[in-house]
Design a protein around this ligand. Structure first.
Ligand code: CO
Length: 494
């Protein structure tokens, strides 16, 4: 076990190096020529990681470890994850791994330009190539009988298309009905205050202040700006986040809080796991449950704003001095169909994900062609959200994921919302006074709960085990429905 731990720790360190190259590319906005050299470097590191993973040495170490009996939870998980990483790589030919890495580096730049110019056509060849490469990858990995489930499993270990469809399908009409109900209210929030001008540099400065108060540790991280906000670990004690100061207000702030939630998870992993293969969140869905918890449940609550609003008024007196906090709170909780996923409210958000989930399934099964995407996107969008994007920049081109080759990733976002509501329900059962804390700027009791129950364990427990350990039951979407009903009916006077 000691050998296994050391061997895979070196791989984690190589992954941190790769993350640094990626971080630099995203934060420093490299141009089209720089990126070719960079993609060669990233391909080289990926090749080294791949070679180490598929080596006889790795296979032998795993084989010997498998003969050991009576392992504790950490060792059991370490062996499980080592074997998972080994199996994933041994099945993939080196050329395919390199091809995927190179394509994604170039596709990402192409996507950025295409999005800027509202030019989907220029993105088609690279997206087609990306999807074919992902299909190829799934065929080689074959962890599930259908290709899409195999890809989903990469982000949400153990989850399948059917398991997710069984959760998403019944909640789809419940969500569209709920949105209609809110829309029918005579007391809809007015969010025009959010479309006023808010100085970007002040927003960025304010986001720092909030990060400090939420116990984000600047001694082991930093915040920069990028096109698409993200969190990345460049080491066990180097967890960085990014944000963007785009409109409408306060998406810079909510984006910061979201990434902070991801970072707090990574920063809270127990020391014993540092640099090991278990030193990361256990699944994308659980990760997203942490970011959503801070962003939505805490960051859009009345209690949170009771504390923060005076500070916001100081930063933006011209807009907020004569504007009541209650109205501002209602404005940031305005539920309405909109085009951009990352700016969507927490109710319609799930519908954005269900749309992508259904499209991805079709793309991977070859029932949908890439060139049909804009039209299909728009018609599905109308079906789920009742509106049609006016252009592809606000439609099919908005997300970075597909260009990066992340197919099967999207469903984890909505799973995150569902996990989040269930976790928070348990946190409140243990400590019903948590929301009172927020009124005085005290966020450490919630963090303590999350660290004790979730963060410290890193990847020791799989998502389905973790939710059971913490809440006593399997993932149950009723908690999410109950959460949005309890929160939004009063806001809408229903
Ligand atoms: Co996130």
């Amino acid at each position: 076990m000691r050998e296994l731990k050391e061997y895979f720790t070196e791989n984690t360190r190589l992954n941190y190096i790769l993350a640094l190259l990626e971080w630099d590319q995203q934060v420093n906005m490299m141009n089209y020529k720089n990126v070719i050299g960079r993609s060669e470097q990233m391909a080289l590191i990926t090749k080294l990681i791949h070679k180490r993973l598929v080596s006889n040495e790795a296979g032998e170490i795993i084989k010997r470890a498998e003969k050991l009996g009576d392992l504790n939870d950490i060792d059991t998980a370490m062996l499980r994850e080592a074997k998972r990483a080994y199996d994933q790589e041994i099945k993939l030919p080196e050329e395919l791994v390199i091809e995927i890495q190179k394509t994604s580096a170039i596709a990402q730049q192409t996507w950025q330009k295409a999005r800027q110019k509202n030019d989907f056509k220029s993105f088609i060849p690279l997206l087609e190539k990306t999807i074919e490469l992902q299909r190829d990858k799934a065929r080689k990995l074959e962890t599930h009988s259908d290709l899409y489930s195999t890809l989903i499993d990469l982000y949400e270990p153990g989850a399948t298309y059917d398991w997710i469809a069984n959760i998403f399908n019944p909640i789809k009409p419940r969500l569209t009905d709920f949105v209609k109900k809110l829309e029918s209210s005579a007391e809809k929030p007015d969010d025009s205050i959010l479309n006023k001008e808010y100085d970007p540099d002040k927003q960025f400065k304010l986001s720092y202040e909030i990060l400090e108060k939420l116990n984000y540790d600047f001694k082991q991280g930093r915040q920069d700006r990028s096109t698409h906000p993200f969190t990345t670990s460049l080491g066990s004690l180097d967890v960085r986040i990014t944000t963007r100061t785009t409109e409408p207000f306060p998406s810079c702030i909510t984006g910061t809080i979201h990434e902070c939630g991801h970072a707090l998870y990574e920063m809270g992993i127990m020391k014993e796991l540092h640099d090991t293969i278990l030193c990361t969140g256990t699944s994308m869905g659980i990760h997203e449950s942490q970011s959503r918890l801070w962003e939505n449940v805490v960051g859009r609550s009345k209690e949170f704003w009771t504390y923060w609003y005076p500070t916001f008024q100081k930063y933006f007196p011209e807009n907020l001095n004569n504007y009541p906090m209650e109205e501002f709170h209602r404005a940031i909780n305005y539920v309405h169909p909109s085009f951009i996923r990352v700016e969507a409210d927490e109710v319609t958000y799930g519908l954005h994900i269900i749309l992508r989930f259904e499209i991805e399934k079709g793309l991977i099964d070859e029932k949908i062609q890439v060139k049909e995407l804009p039209e299909l996107w728009n018609s599905k969008f109308e079906e789920l959200l009742g509106i049609v994007p006016p252009n592809d920049t606000l439609g099919v081109l908005q997300d970075v994921h597909w260009g990066n080759g992340y197919i099967g990733y999207f469903p984890t976002y909505f799973l995150g919302n569902l996990y989040c509501a269930q976790f928070y329900n348990s946190a409140l059962k243990e400590n019903p006074k948590l929301p009172e804390d927020y009124k005085s700027g005290e966020f450490s009791n919630l963090l303590k709960y999350l660290r004790n129950n979730i963060h410290q364990y890193g990847s020791i427990y799989r998502a389905n085990d973790l939710i059971k350990r913490v809440t006593g039951e399997d993932l149950n979407p009723d908690y999410f429905m109950k959460y949005i009903e309890t929160k939004f009916y009063p806001i809408y006077g229903l």
